[in-house]
Ligand binder design. Structure first.
Ligand SMILES: NC(=O)C1=CN([C@@H]2O[C@H](COP(=O)(O)OP(=O)(O)OC[C@H]3O[C@@H](n4cnc5c(N)ncnc54)[C@H](OP(=O)(O)O)[C@@H]3O)[C@@H](O)[C@H]2O)C=CC1
Ligand SMILES: O=C(O)C1=N[C@H](C(=O)O)C[C@H](O)C1
Length: 249
């Protein structure tokens, strides 16, 4: 039975993970961390990692970028592996994850669903064939409570595609601000926010007289919760290092 510390436990994903864990017999949530400190379940909640003295096998984090540095310190100091699922991180924060993974096993991905990780591979394949000839645009749609834009997944898709293009593309987030034709070497990234949309990603390859669209829709947050729990169990007992969905599937 693996013991989980849940960072961001009172948020939408935290509540969903706590609920999914209740239906399993291979893990349990032993403590939560959340700014409010409010106890909503059968485990204690601490307002910071430093206050959490509860022994655990693994941490799962769906919180806020401001929580990252103290959480990584805590993971390294207590030698507790951690699954980092929070998005909207800066490049310095991603570098910090990479550095810390030399001291403790870390799992990091912007999307815990199996389908999106296949979408990344399919998009790379399409870009390797069509890149340079077709215009590439990414559209993501999420609920109206999401803070970061574009989504971590949209950026992950753009980065994966960039890696196979003949020339490094320019990311264009805002066409409203410029009055010019689309450049050949661009990836457009567009964010839609509304209602309770769980998470939708479309990669559009638009060529002359033909368009290829690859897309993924998440139907419930449970898909991300289950992915993160499986990643947490996978991480227990692993060597120090940085792991991702490619290692899990
Ligand atoms: N990788 C993936 O597959 C997925 C990633 N995500 C990402 O996970 C993150 C959380 O998403 P979601 O649950 O929807 O967001 P919520 O805002 O519902 O939950 C985040 C929780 O973390 C709390 N929090 C804020 N700052 C801190 C802090 N410094 N320390 C501890 N807790 C803090 C929030 O408190 P308060 O509300 O009071 O600010 C809130 O309770 C987002 O970055 C989202 O993009 C989401 C789904 C899938
Ligand atoms: O905030 C969310 O909800 C989600 N965020 C992730 C992202 O930014 O890519 C993943 C998922 O689409 C849900």
């Amino acid at each position: 039975m693996k013991r989980i510390v849940l960072s961001g436990c009172n948020g939408k994903m935290g509540r969903m993970i706590a609920s999914c864990v209740k239906g399993r017999d291979d893990c349990t949530v032993v403590a939560g961390i959340d700014v409010s400190g409010e106890v909503l379940d059968a485990f204690p909640v601490f307002t910071s990692p430093a206050g959490c003295q509860v022994e655990a096998d693994v941490i799962i984090d769906f919180s806020h970028p401001s929580a990252l540095a103290p959480l990584l310190d805590y993971a390294a100091a207590t030698r507790t592996p951690a699954v980092i699922a929070t998005t909207g991180l800066s490049s310095d924060q991603v570098a910090l994850i990479r550095e810390t993974s030399a001291r403790v096993p870390l799992f990091f991905t912007a999307n815990m669903s199996l389908g999106v990780n296949l979408l990344v591979e399919l998009a790379k394949k399409a870009a390797a064939v069509l890149g340079g000839q077709f215009d590439i645009e990414i559209i993501e749609k999420h609920h109206n409570q999401k803070i970061d834009a574009p989504s971590g997944t949209a950026l992950m898709l753009a980065d994966a595609i960039s890696g196979v293009l003949p020339e490094e593309p320019q990311y264009v987030y805002d066409r409203h601000a410029v009055r010019r034709k689309r450049g050949k070497n661009e990836i457009g990234l567009h964010a839609v926010r509304g209602g309770t949309i769980v998470g939708e990603h479309e990669v559009i390859f638009a060529g002359r007289d033909e368009v290829l669209t690859l897309s993924h829709s998440a139907m419930s947050k449970e898909v991300f919760a289950t992915g993160s729990i499986n990643a947490a169990l996978f991480l227990c007992g692993k060597e120090n290092g940085l792991y991702s969905m490619g290692d899990l599937v």
